[in-house]
Design a protein around this ligand. Structure first.
Ligand code: CS2
Length: 520
């Protein structure tokens, strides 16, 4: 029977040598902050393996009141698990060479936001809190791609606007900032989600919420936003799979203690942040964060090359029976499609950040995806495609179409997505596709039950539902190509669609690279 994590840390403090003998891999918490300066919404694994680790490094270099109050949106298990361990947990960095542990130790409190919404507002109003960070996923912003605004038809947003204790993220931010306006204390809201221009996007949605309040009720807060609130953008990167029972067992044996809420992560980590903080910030550069004016470029590079290609690997991998990303990416047809997608369709749409070697970046992506020890599932990456893909595909697709090029592999990504979550009658996409969750799954499945084939499915989803925004909704050639590839997957299988789209993409790349007569 393992001792509890808390007891182990008491022992660490009492006598390091004893613990060293008992558990060779013993680790002490990196930080122990005096007070909290950060309120974090979204206490999931990603935050705990990313921002928490950078904050621990910052506090190790420079003490300060930068502890984190973590708000889980719904999960009681994580909050109870953390409280039972004095808010400590391990981050297991996993590579084929082995696993190493770190314990950030930066959280000063944790609670469930939907259970105590008033407490979220009160914390945000507290002048001691100087930064609010967010990892609520692409799905947590109540953004409507069809209207390109805050989704005012959403029941949660409507309830928050009507004055209920706020339960949506945007409602909590707006109501919290409304309460804070009384003291006027400056604060920064830092989105750490995979969204283009995530700071600007968050600010726009908060402002739209305040503008939608009746009788100019939000006006004073809007003025407070102008004067004292900043929304820096940031690009976050670290692959963090779901925690499994096997990971818990491995961590327990390395630690010699029971940790019920460890998080696994890959060795690679990156954070690029716009340095616009209204009331100070931790020295996150101590953990390797880059402060830069080129966050937009980093974001574009990452959301397209990593996340966009990740989606292709996940959907086509799942359809070919791969349970994990590493198992999918080593399959030659998928590797070839991923490479052609990056080179031919995403890369031309990206302004590469200064000093980044794009070839080295792409090569590193393949190494990261192939990390078999991580066990990152295709069903995890494939989940929530309706909200993830709209961040990843419309702009590069529109850019290619505008230049007269068909983005065959972006079309294949969408066709793979539809085949996994909205298979037409008679097509069986397999267990990994079945395990993908998606907020639009029911709506899409209803379409799939009534349409006659891929072309109609693609049109219903892209044009009628505007799942990827209004601009792509009228790109008939693209929609037809998606429909064709859906039919190919359904009739002849994923391999046939991969071969078709990859060879068409490679031909397109040759055409654009073949020198003309004049330049020859
Ligand atoms: C993935 C990301 O699940 C997904 O859609 O593409 O979570 C990815 O692993 C991270 O963004 C890596 O930083």
């Amino acid at each position: 029977m393992y001792k509890s994590l808390t007891l182990i840390f008491m022992m660490i403090n009492a006598d390091l040598r004893i613990l060293g003998r008992a558990t060779p891999a013993a680790v002490a918490p990196t930080a122990s902050p005096a007070g909290a300066g950060i309120l974090h919404l979204g206490l999931g694994s990603f935050h705990r393996a990313h921002q928490a680790v950078y904050t621990a490094a910052a506090l190790q270099q420079q003490q300060g009141d930068w502890g984190i109050v973590g708000v889980a949106s719904r999960s009681r298990a994580i909050v109870d698990g953390l409280h039972a361990q004095d808010l400590l947990y391990s981050v297991a960095t996993i590579s084929p060479a082995g696993t190493s542990l770190a314990i950030p130790g930066v959280h000063t409190d944790a609670f469930v936001g939907t259970e105590q919404p008033d407490r979220v507002v009160a914390q945000l109003a507290d002048p001691g809190i100087r930064i609010v960070t967010l990892t609520v996923t692409e799905n947590g912003y109540n953004y409507s791609a069809a209207t390109e605004r805050l989704d005012l038809d959403d029941a949660g947003i409507r309830a928050d606007l009507a004055g209920a204790a706020p339960r949506t993220t945007i409602g909590q931010l707006a109501r919290g900032l409304q309460a804070r306006a009384a003291s006027g204390a400056p604060v920064s809201v830092l989105s750490c989600d995979n969204l283009a221009s995530n700071g600007t996007h968050t600010e726009k949605l908060v402002r739209e919420f305040l503008q939608a309040l009746p009788h100019g009720e939000g006006d004073e807060t809007l003025a407070f936003l102008d004067a004292a609130v900043t929304f820096p953008s940031s690009m976050v990167d670290r692959i963090v799979p779901a925690t499994t029972a096997a990971l818990r067992d491995e961590v327990d044996s390395l630690l010699g203690a029971r940790d019920s809420v460890p998080v696994p992560a890959e060795p690679f980590t990156m954070w690029a942040i716009e340095d616009r903080f209204a009331a100070g910030r931790p020295a996150w550069e101590a953990g390797g964060a880059v402060f830069t004016d080129e966050v937009g470029r980093y974001e574009q590079m990452k959301v397209r090359l990593l996340n966009g290609t990740h989606s292709l690997i996940a959907y086509l991998g799942a359809l070919r029976g791969a349970e994990t990303i590493p198992a999918a990416v080593v399959q030659p047809p998928i590797a070839a499609a991923a490479r052609a997608l990056m080179r031919g369709e995403y890369e031309p749409s990206i302004e590469i950040p200064t000093g980044v070697d794009i070839r080295a970046y792409e090569a590193e992506l393949f190494e990261r995806w192939a990390n078999s020890a991580l066990g990152h599932r295709t069903s995890q990456v494939g989940s929530d495609g309706s909200v993830k893909l709209r961040q990843r595909i419309p702009e590069p697709a529109l850019l290619a179409l505008g230049q007269g090029r068909m983005p065959h592999l972006i079309a294949l990504t969408v066709a793979g997505y539809l085949s996994c979550v909205a298979p037409l009658a008679g097509f069986e996409p397999g267990p990994h596709a079945a395990a993908m969750t998606d907020p639009a799954r029911e709506r899409l499945a209803a379409f799939a039950g009534t349409v006659r084939g891929g072309a109609e499915l693609a049109r219903r989803v892209i044009t009628d539902l505007q799942l990827f925004g209004s601009a792509l909704a009228h790109q008939d050639a693209f929609i037809a190509r998606v429909g064709q590839l859906v039919d190919t997957i359904h009739r002849s299988g994923a391999d046939a669609a991969l071969a078709d789209a990859t060879s068409a993409a490679e031909e397109g790349m040759l055409d654009t690279r073949t020198p003309t007569k004049e330049t020859r």
